[in-house]
Design a protein around this ligand. Structure first.
Ligand code: SF4
Ligand code: SF4
Length: 169
């Protein structure tokens, strides 16, 4: 059985391409005049200039720490369980109380805590599920990496000094 070509035939005007070219050149010239003479740009000079994102924007994860630089995470696995993308992997162990003199007693600690940012859909479920306010999503949207391995955040990376979305950056 043969196929039926239902596409419309090009008109002579469309075939010439010249009207479409002129329209494109008019837009380019308009943008050039706006930018060069009136300094009106639709783009910004990133990274010198940055856009203000909403406080609700969900960016790179981090794990909050207490004054003793001990992670607030108690390795309860709630975030790993709730994660729809299966991108959190935790290995737990016992935590000695004397290693945490400033915080509340924490019975468990994460020995390893990995988040695969390439699988993450930044839904924020982990942040909502955490009973210790340990895992949080920051306002940081600069997530570019040069290899897949670099996109797997380990505990040291997650414990770096960052601010949450509601806090001043
Ligand atoms: S933001 Fe969502 S997808 Fe990403 S780690 Fe948290 S729960 Fe998983
Ligand atoms: S980050 Fe929060 S939810 Fe996840 S294991 Fe640690 S304490 Fe539990």
């Amino acid at each position: 059985m043969g196929t039926i070509n239902i596409s419309k035939k090009f008109t002579a005007k469309q075939k010439s391409y010249i009207p479409a070219l002129l329209v494109g050149m008019r837009i380019t010239l308009k943008r050039f005049i706006q930018g060069f003479f009136f300094r009106k740009h639709d783009t910004i000079m990133y990274p010198e200039q940055r856009r203000k994102y909403s406080d609700r924007f969900r960016g790179m994860h981090f794990i909050s720490v207490d004054p003793n630089k001990t992670e607030n995470c108690t390795a309860c696995y709630l975030c790993e369980t709730v994660c729809p993308a299966d991108c959190i992997h935790i290995v737990a162990d016992e935590r000695e109380e004397e290693n945490n003199p400033y915080g509340v007693k924490k019975e468990k600690k994460p020995v390893s805590f990995d988040i695969d940012a390439l699988r993450c859909c930044f839904c924020g479920f982990c942040e909502e599920a955490c009973p210790k306010d340990a895992i949080k999503l920051s306002g940081n949207y600069e997530l570019a990496v040069s290899s897949r391995e670099e996109a797997i955040y380990d505990l040291d990376h997650l414990k770096r000094n960052m601010n949450g979305r509601q806090e001043k950056l």
